[in-house]
Design a protein around this ligand. Structure first.
Ligand SMILES: C[S@@+](CC[C@H](N)C(=O)[O-])C[C@H]1O[C@@H](n2cnc3c(N)ncnc32)[C@H](O)[C@@H]1O
Length: 346
């Protein structure tokens, strides 16, 4: 081994960096348990509860809850109160219902650890087992929909919905909005709330999503005009043509057969309709991935690889619209991190 390749003693600054990172990751892991097992929610309802009262209220094992309380206390998610605990401001920020909730960071953290472990093993053979890998952890599964909703619902409501004319135009025609790969339905439910004249249809391949979406439509009193059904994007059929066909973070899942998907879009749009495709904007310039706002996207693209997918550049999406005989327009949001590409019939 040459002198220059000899491992150097690790400096204190790098050790401190790794320690801060490790503690941050573990703090989020502890928070994930609080979110997924309803412990934050119960403690918010019962401030001052001890581990035994908390375990009973959440319906979880006392031994585990007691150890979790110590860990959550250590990471400043809980404070001592009376004989028990109460949420700190940081702990309260992970409550899934809190506006601007930090819940997605906790879910993302544990999901990332799972996907990193799978990527490390799969890299040995090159195998790409698909989306099933995402579903391997039962405690994470129900949180996909809420995580994506908390991450992207606010930007849709505040920036994208008011920024694109297509929604209002469709509503003026009392039109139909379709969402392919609709997740837990948050996008259509927000559209339906903003535009009472719109009718909506969401399709997703994952039954848990459709169950959550249909339940929300019922609870919000819009189930008469917002429908959800389990189905495959590749075999989408509907008697009525649509004013809007949206795909949100779904196109990269079906990109391998893009010609087929874009033909479906074209065949199911009304003459004045629009396909509205929202994807993360994979940057042309790798240097952008260093920005804190883009880093997670780079890791996610590795996890997409496991699933047989990869992130797209807006120009690729626009090219696929052109190839299908639709006219593309690229819209950029969140400082260029998110792209919405619309496609309209000629
Ligand atoms: C990243 S998630 C996005 C979900 C939702 N659109 C959102 O923005 O929250 C991708 C979704 O596409 C769905 N999906 C992927 N391929 C599909 C297919 N061939 N047919 C139906 N749904 C599919 C998945 O089940 C998943 O819910």
């Amino acid at each position: 081994m040459g002198e220059e390749n000899k491992p150097q003693a690790v400096g204190q600054d790098l050790r401190e960096l790794a320690m801060r990172d490790a503690q941050g990751a573990v703090r989020l892991a502890v928070a994930f348990i609080g979110v997924s097992e309803g412990l934050f929610e119960q403690l918010n309802r019962l401030p001052g509860a001890g581990a035994d009262e908390l375990a009973a209220a959440a319906g979880r094992d006392l031994g585990y809850v007691r150890r979790w309380c110590d860990a959550a206390y250590a990471f400043e998610l809980l404070d001592e109160a009376q004989a028990g605990f109460r949420l700190t401001a940081l702990g309260r920020a992970f409550l899934p219902e809190a506006p601007g909730t930090l819940m997605p960071f906790a879910v993302q953290d544990v999901l990332s650890a799972h996907m990193a472990e799978r990527a490390a093993g799969l890299m040995r053979t090159g195998e790409r087992p698909g989306e099933a890998v995402l579903a391997e952890r039962a405690s994470i599964l129900p949180w996909f929909g809420p995580m994506l909703e908390a991450q992207f619902g606010p930007v849709f409501e505040r920036t994208i919905m008011p920024g694109l004319k297509v929604y209002e135009e469709a509503a003026l025609r009392h039109g139909l909005a379709v969402d392919l790969g609709c997740g837990n339905g948050w996008y259509l439910l927000r559209l339906a709330a903003r535009f009472p004249q719109l009718r909506c249809l969401g399709v997703d391949g994952f039954e848990e999503n459709i169950r959550q979406a249909s339940k929300r439509a019922q609870a919000l009193g819009v189930a008469d005009r917002v429908h959800f059904r389990t189905g495959d994007i590749y075999s989408f059929e509907n008697d009525e043509k649509a004013d809007i066909i949206a795909l949100n973070r779904a196109l990269h899942h079906v990109w391998d057969e893009k010609a087929r998907v874009f033909a479906i879009l074209k065949n199911h749009l009304k003459p004045k309709g629009s396909a509205v495709i929202w994807e993360p904007h994979w940057p042309h310039d790798r240097h952008l991935l260093r920005q804190p706002t883009h880093r997670m996207m780079a890791f996610q693209n590795l996890t997409e690889h496991i699933q047989g997918n990869h992130f797209l550049m807006p120009a690729d999406i626009a090219g696929a619209f052109t190839d299908a005989g639709l006219v593309p327009t690229i819209h950029s949001f969140l400082d260029g991190r998110e792209a919405v590409v619309t496609g309209t019939p000629l």
